[in-house]
Design a protein around this ligand. Structure first.
Ligand code: PHE
Length: 457
């Protein structure tokens, strides 16, 4: 259901053959598929654990509302107005000058995120594939298995992503996602309930609900803001590109708001799925990127049919991750197809290969064979957290910042507002607030936070 099967987009102004969502629901499902993934279920919980629990969640919710939602509407409207990939979209408005660099940064960031995202997604795949074996022997790929399996499952996941994007079988995948994503939600609720029933779980609930404001500092604010960009797939043109396939009749505000609300709901639910169990099982909330892999199998073990539940959960999480990696590769592919006129197949294979090359060091680091084990760069321990820092903490907010500046100074917020209001007349009443956020609040806020992190005071 992703694209209309023909280029029959007459009357909407879309380029022939470029394809289009068959309905607004099609966009919402695909965009929600992009947004919901490891960001919500893997990164949000460990980030919450490292940054103080309830207080972090509060700052996160503010970041989603004050920065995530406005930038979401901006990306979708720029995509729909230009019907292009990030580089093409900027060039369609201002071909000269340095502005196109924003588009190139988006493409590069897409590849960068793919390279380490597929490592974790591969880990999820491996848990699915040999769930029984792992829980019986107590060994996980994280430690003691060596780097081989980590690289193999990473490359496999890149391969899966390449297959989906190359075949243009998004239509198939989205159809499956329609069934599997609600199933993931049901499963998460079941695991949450089981976790809450463990003795001592209420300690975790308290930790989530009672914000300790002494925990909030610049680092927490930066982390919450970049988590919002990452989780909502913002700052690297994914929503822009998906918006470019949206018909002129669809309501950008309704679609964007749904995606933001759904993504946020899943993240908060993931928090309630993990932390009561963390406290009940006496685990360390700040365990970092391995957190969910250490906690969840123990919760499944306490459930009837636990091995099956565990397998099913990691399968569904793998599918959620795949709909996210597909959107990352789609952005990069759209650029090569639209701008450089490569064939879809050639672009996808070449970029898949680039992802593998870029990601091997991360896969090694994840398996404990860290090329940067003994050096600290930019305050990050190890290559994996350096990658995460560069692409998620720096690149995404920077991309969002530059897009706000571009929209305010070059594209013009009048044009942006017209694009949104054309299919959402009631937005006119809020347009003033939105413009204030895009022109001042978002860029100033993002700039201050990035500076406090990059310039050591
Ligand atoms: N939002 C995705 C997730 O939460 C990750 C992602 C980031 C996808 C940026 C596309 C672009 O898993």
């Amino acid at each position: 259901m992703m694209y209309a099967s023909t280029g029959g987009t007459a009357g909407t102004g879309n380029a022939p053959g470029r394809g289009q969502w068959s309905s607004g629901l099609g966009f919402i499902l695909a965009a929600a598929g992009s947004a919901v993934g490891l960001g919500n279920i893997w990164r949000f919980p460990y980030s919450t654990g490292e940054n103080g629990g309830g207080a972090f969640i509060l700052v996160y919710l503010v970041a989603v509302a004050a920065i995530g939602l406005p930038v979401m509407l901006l990306e979708i409207s720029l995509g729909r107005a230009t019907q292009k990939n990030p580089v093409g979209a900027i060039a369609a408005i201002r071909a000269k000058g340095p502005w196109k660099l924003i588009g190139y940064l988006a493409i590069l960031t897409g590849l960068g995120i793919l390279s380490f995202y597929c490592v974790i997604a591969g880990e999820v795949l491996a848990w699915f594939a040999d769930y029984g074996q792992r829980t019986v022997t107590g060994t996980s790929m994280l430690h003691g298995f060596g780097a081989g399996p980590s690289i193999v499952s990473f490359v496999l996941f890149v391969g899966l992503t390449v297959l989906v994007v190359a075949g243009g079988v998004q239509r198939g995948i989205e159809r499956w996602a329609k069934i599997l994503m609600p199933l993931l939600l049901v499963m998460m609720i079941a695991v949450t309930v089981r976790g809450l029933l463990l003795p001592g779980a209420m300690e975790g609930v308290r930790w989530l609900l009672m914000p300790d404001f002494s925990k909030i500092g610049w680092k927490v604010v930066l982390e919450a803001m970049s988590q919002a960009f990452f989780s909502l797939s913002l700052g690297m043109g994914a929503m822009l590109t998906y918006g470019s396939y949206l018909s002129k009749h669809q309501n950008i505000v309704a679609c964007g708001t749904w995606v933001v609300a759904f993504d946020t709901l899943i993240a908060v639910l993931a928090g309630f799925m993990i932390f009561p169990a963390v406290f009940a099982l006496g685990q360390e909330p700040g365990a970092g990127p391995t957190l969910i892999f250490e906690v969840l199998p123990k919760v499944f073990a306490a459930m009837p049919g636990g091995a099956f539940m565990g397998m099913a959960f990691f399968f569904l999480l793998g599918v959620a991750a795949l709909t996210s990696t597909v959107s990352l590769l789609e952005v990069v592919t759209a650029y090569f197809v639209d701008e450089l006129h490569w064939s879809r197949r050639k672009s996808v294979v070449a970029m898949g290969a680039a992802t593998v090359v870029l990601g091997i060091p991360s896969a090694l680091a994840w398996a404990g064979v860290d090329p940067l084990a003994t050096v600290r760069i930019l305050g990050q321990d190890g290559l994996f957290s350096l990658m995460d820092f560069l692409w998620v903490n720096i690149s995404l907010p920077l991309g969002g910042l530059l897009l706000c500046v571009f929209a305010s100074l070059v594209w013009g917020l009048d044009a942006a507002t017209r694009e949104i209001v054309s299919s959402a007349p009631r937005f006119a009443a809020f347009a003033g607030i939105w413009r204030f956020f895009i022109r001042y609040v978002c860029p100033v806020f993002i700039a201050i936070i990035l500076l406090t992190r990059l310039v050591p005071v």
